[in-house]
Design a protein around this ligand. Structure first.
Ligand code: GLN
Length: 216
């Protein structure tokens, strides 16, 4: 079984671990840089990006994740995880001066869905390979948006794999997957399934020559 880490500093850790267990992965809660070496994939959960970055900072954990990502480790980030993976986060007080992960060519804006809709569930349209097959979606997925970030701009090498109301809500860049919503809360395991597939299959890697993430 592939060893998949879940960054376990703050946020929705247990829900991701449950989904990954259900997919047959060996799950490792990650709190230190030295735990990254043995992983074949990593989930960065939702929560509060500022809190995660602050807790990770003393050990340089997020830059260590970035080094593994640049070496080709597959990563799935949800909500706060997407924010931490974003190459550009629209500047505001919260993350200023903290290391994040970066590398995913998107610009995100934190808490951008507005106060009246801080949290909502919606059906989004997701394009991913079918379980056991190869033809990509799009298929509906129930998604929970909780003080969700908005993907404002999608840059080179990043591909939109899910939309809601015409806006991108999930992207893929080589071996990196990220969503502005929480798939783990509505129990849809397709994004996790794709992470496990990429993490387990050398063929899947060979199939995407652009897979190795370029440092900008
Ligand atoms: N608003 C949070 C942040 O800025 C993200 C919310 C979430 O992960 N559900 O980090």
């Amino acid at each position: 079984a592939p060893r998949i880490g879940v960054l376990a500093l703050q946020g929705a850790v247990a829900e991701h671990a449950d989904l990954l267990h259900g997919l047959g992965a060996q799950v490792v809660p990650v709190r230190r840089p030295d735990q990254l070496a043995s992983l074949s994939g990593l989930v960065i959960p939702g929560g509060e990006s500022t809190a995660i970055a602050r807790l990770a900072h003393p050990q340089g954990l997020l830059p260590a994740v970035r080094r593994r990502m640049d070496e080709g480790m597959p990563v799935l980030g949800t909500c706060a995880g997407l924010i931490l993976l974003s190459e550009t986060v629209v500047p505001e007080a919260g993350l200023a001066g903290l290391d994040t992960i970066g590398g995913l060519h998107v610009r995100t804006r934190r808490n951008a869905y507005g106060r009246q809709r801080d949290s909502f569930e919606a059906e989004v349209s997701v394009s991913l390979p079918d379980p056991g097959g190869s033809s990509p979606g799009p298929r509906p997925m129930r998604a929970a948006f909780i003080r969700a970030p908005l993907i404002e701009q999608v840059g080179e090498g990043a591909e939109v794999i899910a939309t809601h109301g015409g806006r991108p809500v999930a992207v893929r860049q080589g071996r990196v997957l990220a969503a502005s919503f929480h798939p783990e809360l509505t129990g849809d395991d397709r994004l996790h399934r794709e992470l496990v597939r990429i993490a387990s299959s050398p063929e899947a890697l060979a199939a995407s020559p652009e897979a190795a993430l370029q440092a900008p």
